[in-house]
Each structure stands twice: as C-alpha cells, then as structure tokens.
Write a protein that binds this ligand. Sequence first.
Ligand SMILES: Nc1ncnc2c1ncn2[C@@H]1O[C@H](COP(=O)(O)OP(=O)(O)O)[C@@H](O)[C@H]1O
Ligand SMILES: [Mg+2]
Length: 251
Amino acid sequence: MTILKIDRVTKQFGGLTALDQVSFAVEAGEIRGLIGPNGAGKSTMFKNIAGFYAPTSGDILYQGQSICGQKPHSIAELGIVRTFQETTLFQELTVFENVLVGCHKRARSNLFNAIFRLDRERQQMAADKVIEVLEFMGLSDRREQLASELPLGSQRALAISVALASEPSLLLMDEPFAGMNPEETNHMMDLTRKVRESGITIVLVEHDMKAVMGLCNYLTVLNFGKLLAEGTPDEIRNNDRVIEAYLGGAK
Ligand SMILES: Nc1ncnc2c1ncn2[C@@H]1O[C@H](COP(=O)(O)OP(=O)(O)O)[C@@H](O)[C@H]1O
Ligand SMILES: [Mg+2]
C-alpha cells in the first residue's frame, strides 16, 4: 500500500527551481532513503510534504488524499512528523518535558497548556505516553536531565522521541546521523529499525552511506532538484549516473 505519493512536484524560489517535476511513491512500512548532493532539494521536499512550503505545482498525496496547501499542524494531525536537520529541542527543558511538549503537538495545545493546564486525566495519559516513549528510545535514565546536557546521540534520540510522542504514521528524518561517531551511528541505526518495526514508515534524508545502505530497502536519488535514479541499495551503489553525480565523491 502506498502511504505517500509525490506527483510531479515543482518548487521554485524566485528564479531558482529547487524541485523540478519530482515524482516518487513510498510504501507503508518501508525505510526509504532520499539522497543526493547538497542543494539537491531533499530538505525542500520534506518541507513541502510537512506543509512548511506549498509546492509551486504538482501534488502530494498521503494515504490517497491530497495534502497540498494544508498547514503544518493539520499535516501533523494526519500523522506526518518531521525531525529537523537543525535541532529544535527546548534546551532549557528536561528530557521528560521536551517529550511532553511533543505529546501535545498533535492536539494543538500550546506549551503552557502542555505543561500546566491539562486536566488530571489527560495529564496522566500524557505522562504515561512520555514514559513509554522514553523507555522505547532508551532515554528513561535521562528523563530529568536538561536537553542541553545531553551528548549528541541522546539529543538526536530525544528529537525522535518528541516526534514519536505525537504518534506519527510517517516520520521524515532529516540527517539524523550527521556528526555522529561510529558508535553513535550504530546505536541510531538500531533505534531507527526499532521505530520502523513499531509500524512507522520512515523517509530518511542522510549522507552517511553506511546508515543509508544499511537501513533503507529502497532509495530515491535527487540531483539539482530532479529525480536522478531509484532502486535498491545495490542498484544505486552500482548506478553510473549516481556515482558520477554523488557517490563517486562520497565513497
Ligand atoms: N527558502 C529558500 N529560499 C530560497 N532558496 C532556497 C530556500 N530553501 C532552499 N533553497 C535552495 O533550494 C535548493 C535546495 O536546497 P535544499 O532543499 O536545502 O537542499 P538539500 O537539503 O538537498 O541539501 C538550494 O539551492 C537552496 O539554496
Ligand atoms: Mg538539507
């Protein structure tokens, strides 16, 4: 079953065409890699899917329905959540509080409501959800630490926890492995697999080829805003056009 269909999406910024008639489809339950050189349009694609930008033309369908033109909060309510390239944790809040905020993203409550205002029953349900997510992501021991005190690997795991708290069906991960050492990379690969095994479809934008090739069952390659190739990790690794445009330099 197709969960996400990108249909001839074009995105222009003034005279620059960041995405040019890009089409691809993601099947429910997969880890799809979206790769390509810097400036290829990967983050722009995520921002279009998540509603931060509207495509200049083309359509985006989620579970068969067009989501083009919907606002980010509506798209999040439908179950599409993006983890940002830039870290967007509340550094001055604890691990627990950050995930608690994530619980209420989908319900459109503000931060104040999320922490102070809920009635007791909803507060308890939210707290239970936070505990469940922290356990799942291996962050239980750090729940009272400030986000700012966490090492890189745990910060990234926390960012995913915040996303999971809103119970997404489709998770868009933008460079979750950037800057990680091999040990952190292995741990994040395990976590990513675990998230997928819990029933969440993942689209992964990433330059770390060990992570991409190890995790993804299928890859979509962008170059200068255009679809360059699609295939299994083996097909992409051996694709001359991809090697020339991207992988030749990377590995
Ligand atoms: N808000 C914006 N305004 C103008 N140009 C943008 C904007 N966002 C991205 N771009 C341009 O679009 C192209 C694709 O960028 P991006 O999607 O960030 O690439 P990637 O994530 O693949 O590295 C780049 O040339 C970038 O400079
Ligand atoms: Mg990017």
